[in-house]
Ligand binder design. Structure first.
Ligand SMILES: Cc1cc2nc3c(=O)[nH]c(=O)nc-3n(C[C@H](O)[C@H](O)[C@H](O)COP(=O)(O)OP(=O)(O)OC[C@H]3O[C@@H](n4cnc5c(N)ncnc54)[C@H](O)[C@@H]3O)c2cc1C
Length: 389
């Protein structure tokens, strides 16, 4: 089999990367092998994220890595994508942590913040010393975040925020919350240090998905902030939506990491599990499953790489990112489900990574725009007709 393609990189996509991109990918892959894989079963089972890794992630330059200046690594988009892929091959909780910190929290400060806000917050966030969360979703405003009720009113020079945010990753772990609220001027973004009186966070329990990730409810009870707590550079939904588009780009890649882990696990199992006197990988139906999995894994990774190159050339539109998120998360979930069947009963335990990834991907399918909403964004792009409102 000397000339057979490498199963986990069937199309030799590695060849399309630069030396620097490969080096970043290898560093993150090595770190995941050392620091995520040995502990992830336990973290998932007990339902916790090991916050002590934040500074290690910062030390590797992975927090806000595609941003420039202020202690950020300034990597290209493809490198950021590769890091997301490798982190999510470990667990979606780790990629989520990096996405929230870098894309949902640091990006809006970097893009819309004042010079003073950038100087104050970005360097410690890049080092993983200050942890951020992004509060957009509310109990009654999910896919339609513009329906938010959280309010920001002026009181002299101050702002006073009131409302509830729901499903917020890193909520109770955060030092700084980026909170989007409705004001007389429209939707504005606020930098809320979580020790501010009136701010509280409580965790969502009993999750069966993204268990190695903190998910919280935020309550803002007349939280008083100085006038300069607002992000000066943006008003309206463009602020949160452009931040979400940055994070979604990471999901396009990350989902393929989860898919690769499931495919790799199922392939190994198929080669060694013997039934009817031969490895189950020798049965045609198993080979069909594996062939379908490797097809979608390679197509999805190629799509991610293409979108990454477009982003680096400044040609990537939000609709392109919607296409990537819609396709890759859907296919990753399908790969995980097929992998689960190959593992038979063993596929339902945490001994193998498959059902953990499968359950995680159910959250990834929903957050940062559901499959339905991204389908309708593509529909609008094609027809010019908006069907989701
Ligand atoms: C683990 C996890 C972490 C999260 N982290 C964050 C975070 O850090 N910050 C944050 O702000 N939010 C976060 N979220 C929230 C997430 O973004 C929302 O769950 C998501 O936007 C969907 O909102 P919803 O759950 O209220 O569903 P809903 O909007 O109520 O949707 C329910 C169903 O209706 C469908 N639907 C809605 N509108 C339409 C339509 N027009 N046409 C067709 N179908 C439609 C949806 O696609 C979905 O299938 C997180 C969620 C999870 C699960």
């Amino acid at each position: 089999m000397a000339d057979s393609p490498e199963p986990l990189d069937f199309l030799d996509l590695d060849h399309l990367l630069t030396d620097e991109e490969r080096a970043i990918r290898d560093t993150v892959r090595g770190w995941v092998g050392e620091r995520v894989l040995p502990g992830i079963e336990t973290w998932f089972e007990v339902g916790e994220f090991p916050l002590e890794v934040a500074k290690e992630l910062g030390g590797m330059g992975l927090l806000g890595m595609h941003l420039t200046g202020y202690g950020c690594a300034g990597s290209n988009a493809v490198s950021y994508g590769l890091a997301c892929l490798e982190l999510e091959a470990g667990d979606s909780g780790f990629r989520s942590f990096v996405s929230v910190q870098g894309s949902l929290c640091m990006f809006p400060i970097w893009k819309f913040g004042s010079e003073e806000q950038k100087q104050r917050w970005l360097p410690p966030m890049a080092r993983g010393e200050v942890i951020g969360c992004f509060g957009l979703t509310e109990p009654d405003a999910g896919s339609d975040p513009g329906a938010m009720r959280t309010s920001a009113r002026r009181d002299g020079d101050d702002w006073v925020l009131s409302g509830t945010k729901m499903w917020i990753t890193n909520g109770s772990a955060a030092d700084l919350a980026i909170v989007w609220a409705r004001s007389d001027e429209g939707i504005r973004g606020f930098l809320v240090p979580t020790e501010t009186p009136g701010f509280s966070a409580s965790d969502v329990h009993h999750k069966l998905s993204l268990r190695a990730s903190v998910t919280s409810e935020l309550v803002l009870d007349e939280v008083r902030l100085p006038g300069d707590a607002v992000l000066p550079g943006v008003t309206g939904m463009k602020g949160p939506l452009s931040s979400l588009s940055e994070a979604r780009f990471g999901i396009v890649w990350g989902s393929m990491g989860a898919a690769r882990a499931c495919f790799g696990s199922a392939l190994e199992y198929a080669k060694t599990r013997v039934q009817w006197g031969k490895p189950i990988g020798g049965f045609q139906l198993t080979q069909r499953k594996l062939a379908d999995m490797v097809l979608e894994l390679n197509k999805g990774t190629l799509l991610a790489l293409h979108l990454g190159r477009m982003k680096d050339e400044g040609r990537l539109l939000p609709q392109h990112v919607s296409m990537g998120k819609l396709n890759n998360v859907r296919e990753a979930l399908e790969i995980a489900r097929e992998a689960r069947t190959i593992l038979g009963a063993s596929g339902i335990t945490l001994e193998y990574p498959v059902i953990r990834h499968m359950n995680n991907l159910e959250s990834v399918l929903t957050y940062e725009g559901t499959t339905e909403i991204h389908t309708l964004i593509l529909g609008e792009a094609l027809t010019g007709l908006r069907a989701y409102e």
